[in-house]
Design a protein around this ligand. Structure first.
Ligand code: FES
Length: 99
């Protein structure tokens, strides 16, 4: 569905995605990085547990909610990757104490 546009810059950063280190281009969103890293889903819905992947990539659909650097409910398409960032799938609703 999504295709990577060739990037001639060599700038990359290392991020932890679900506890696994990945080197990704420095100028992409966390949602793009999650797709690039091959995550099968970035979150599971609170009601049915169905897996979701980023859809609109522009902050509208909220299907890309992830836990980024320990903060739940982050729209991954609106956050750019940064060195040593930790990215986790969001499973169901965020716990109240997480907010
Ligand atoms: S992909 Fe739709 S809000 Fe992020």
């Amino acid at each position: 569905m999504f295709k990577t546009i060739e990037d001639r810059s060599a700038n990359t950063v290392e991020i932890l995605v679900e506890g696994v280190a990945h080197r990704v281009p420095a100028n992409i969103s966390v949602a793009a990085a999650a797709l690039l890293c091959g995550l099968g889903s970035v979150r599971e819905t609170p009601v049915s547990g169905a897996g979701r992947l980023p859809y609109c990539m522009m902050g509208i659909c909220f299907d890309c909610l992830m836990k980024i650097n320990g903060q739940p409910n982050q729209r991954a398409c609106q956050v750019m990757v940064a060195a040593d960032m930790t990215v986790e799938r969001q499973l169901g609703a965020a716990e109240f104490e997480d907010l």
